[in-house]
Design a protein around this ligand. Structure first.
Ligand code: NAG
Ligand code: NAG
Ligand code: NAG
Ligand code: NAG
Length: 572
């Protein structure tokens, strides 16, 4: 068989496969070596169980990339590819000692593109996040050792090659940009005397330092003076009508709630947060007209007295403005104690709806799609699962994020594996699952960690002046359905009712079925109210390796490759 007759169908075949796949956005990147000659970009979708890599190496020879348990070749999982005079080659291999890594019997990597130009080889590939083959390594939420190697020619030999290893947490990646003009400022409490109470929310309304021009904040670090007491911290922008700095217990004076446009959020267990290269949170350039509210939730369970606290945020900023302004949008369920979760419920479902249709109606400026790149999920102690469904034209098209093992002690903002586009008109449904099995009384939506919340903070760009996109069930409709005359009677009945599996389910279903007030609030505190219903959320799809691979096609690829490689080795 002639060489070219093998290659032509192979090339056509691969082009066909990558054209069918939607072009994924690869939000993360790292140089794998000191000399910046080999760059890795990647992005992933945990629901589909896929991860896409683009390896860019300054060579016209072969390129190897993979994963290793200890950085060496033994037990390593890798691909080797390149472009040669006859076309290209790409194979899934595994390391056994320091010899040429043998081919895996099962070829699990899918080649999306392989090109060579300007002395650079670019290889784009996709695989399952987990391992589908004993010759492959699973990718987990822990750092993993990436290995790379490349040769000067297309002869895959051990000698005269560049190689190295770098440890990266692929699924929980936080960038660390090198910024030459980096500066920072802190916004913290000053010698705040934490009350000897189990729950305390302290709010401090303050000015930012003065800025001569617009800057972009690119990194937010928590400054934790009492890590055992600080449960969460939020920074909100105030509207221009709030013009005097002051401190007060939160949510006890009317004017505090006016500052409600979230700018930064940190939750217990989280670390520093860094924005993607394309976006920054804007500061300055507005004549310093805004004040900011720093909110700290102190969870002082032992009711310790005499603690002085100076916790807050450190913001790193740069004058090298990024392409987009980033912002935070709060979605989920309104925090209102009239919403209660019954006791003895092992999996109670609550819903908060964000209907973006209302956004253009409350904003005077033009609106646009939200490019969501990170989400911080927030519940209190009874939260067990959280999911954010994404709907377009009445159909659920995706989940923005899911967390089937929600951990109250770990509330880091999670970078999505890909930037997700929420179009104006789309709906987002925040679902929270609570377990109140070991509780004997109602759990109300409220501020204490023994109360509940159901919120998702979306980090997105380009920024718009909206602060909340939330909902709350119509309590009059609820009362009627529950067989009482009004809200007051229902609230009374709810706390005296004997709850059992049937009554819990009935209440949960009713809450979901009745109409909801969908609320959109702008940064300047304009609100729009409309009535909506809760759409049906799909079950989280199970991930299977088979779902990711298309057997027949894959077999065809490996067969062709086998033929090509055999032919290639026969020729050399
Ligand atoms: C790698 O190649 C690219 C494209 O040819 C070039 O711009 C870059 O400077 C090279 N990097 C190094 C470290 O040689
Ligand atoms: C905070 O307390 C420390 C220690 O008592 C003191 O040195 C400092 O001056 C205080 N800061 C302010 C702003 O009051
Ligand atoms: C807000 O309310 C507090 C307490 O009532 C008051 O001390 C403060 O001056 C008010 N601030 C503004 C900006 O209205
Ligand atoms: C709910 O919590 C109880 C008590 O902590 C526990 O025994 C039970 O397994 C939990 N149920 C679910 C469905 O998580």
């Amino acid at each position: 068989m002639g060489f070219s007759s093998v290659l032509v169908p192979l090339v056509l075949f691969v082009v066909h496969v990558s054209a069918v796949d939607e072009e994924p956005v690869l939000p993360f990147s790292e140089y794998l070596d000191q000399g910046s000659t080999i760059m890795l970009r990647w992005g992933f979708d945990t629901l589909k169980d896929t991860i896409v890599f683009e390896v860019r190496a300054n060579t016209t020879g072969w390129v190897g990339f993979g994963f290793s348990p200890n950085g060496g070749m033994n037990g390593a999982d890798m691909v080797i590819g390149g472009v040669d005079t006859n076309g290209f080659y790409f194979t899934d291999r595994h390391g056994v000692g320091n010899s040429l890594p043998p081919l895996d019997l099962q070829q699990d990597y899918k080649l999306l593109a392989l090109t060579e130009s300007d002395g650079q080889t670019v290889m784009k590939l996709q695989r399952s996040i987990r391992s589908c083959d004993e010759d492959d390594l699973p990718i987990t939420e822990m750092p993993i050792k990436l290995i790379y190697a490349y040769g000067q020619s297309d002869d895959i030999s051990y000698h005269r090659r560049q190689r190295g290893t770098k440890e990266v947490n692929l699924l929980k990646y936080m960038p660390q940009a090198k910024i030459s003009d980096s500066k920072y400022f802190d916004l913290t409490m000053t010698n705040f005397s934490v009350p000897a109470k189990s729950t305390h929310y302290h709010c401090k309304i303050m000015r930012l330092p003065e800025f001569d021009q617009k800057y972009h904040i690119y990194r937010v670090e928590p400054l934790l003076d009492n890590p055992d007491l600080v449960h969460h911290m939020l920074l909100y922008q105030c509207p221009p009508t709030v013009a005097t700095p002051y401190e007060h217990t939160c949510y006890t004076v009317e004017n505090i709630t006016k500052c409600n446009h979230a700018m930064a959020a940190w939750g217990v267990g989280g670390g520093a947060f860094e924005l993607p290269e394309v976006a920054g949170i804007p500061i300055g350039g507005d004549g310093g007209k805004h004040l900011y509210r720093l909110e700290l939730h102190y969870n002082n369970v032992n009711e310790t007295s005499g603690v002085i606290d100076n916790s807050g945020f450190r913001f790193y900023y740069t004058a090298q403005l990024r392409q987009h302004d980033a912002a935070v949008l709060q979605t989920g369920l309104v925090v209102d104690p009239r919403y209660a979760i019954p006791p003895k419920a092992p999996g109670f479902l609550s819903y908060g709806l964000c209907d973006t249709t209302s956004i253009p109606q409350v904003l005077s400026e033009p609106t646009h799609d939200l490019q969501v790149f990170s989400v911080m999920l927030h519940t209190h102690l009874a939260g067990r699962k959280m999911r954010v469904g994404h709907f377009r034209d009445g159909e659920q098209i995706d989940f923005l994020i899911t967390n089937e093992h929600y951990d109250f002690e770990y509330q880091q903002a999670a970078n999505l594996g890909e930037t997700k586009t929420v179009k104006m008109g789309d709906k987002l449904l925040v679902e929270c699952t609570y377990n109140t099995s070991n509780r004997s009384r109602l759990t109300r939506m409220g501020l204490s960690t023994t109360d509940e919340m159901c919120m998702a903070f979306l980090y997105y760009y380009p920024a718009m002046n909206i602060s909340h996109c939330i909902s709350f069930p119509d309590l009059q409709a609820l009362s009627t359905k529950m067989g009482v005359n009004n809200e007051k009677e229902w609230l009374r009945l709810m706390s005296t009712k004997t709850w059992n599996e049937m009554s819990v389910n009935d209440y949960q279903e009713t809450l979901k079925r009745i109409q909801q007030y969908a609320i959109v609030v702008t940064a300047s505190d304009n609100a729009s109210y409309s009535t909506r219903t809760i759409p049906e959320l799909k079950t989280t799809p199970p991930v299977t390796c088979e779902g990711n691979r298309s057997e027949v096609m894959r077999l065809a690829v490996s067969l062709w490759l086998f033929v090509v490689l055999t032919a290639a080795s026969a020729l050399t």
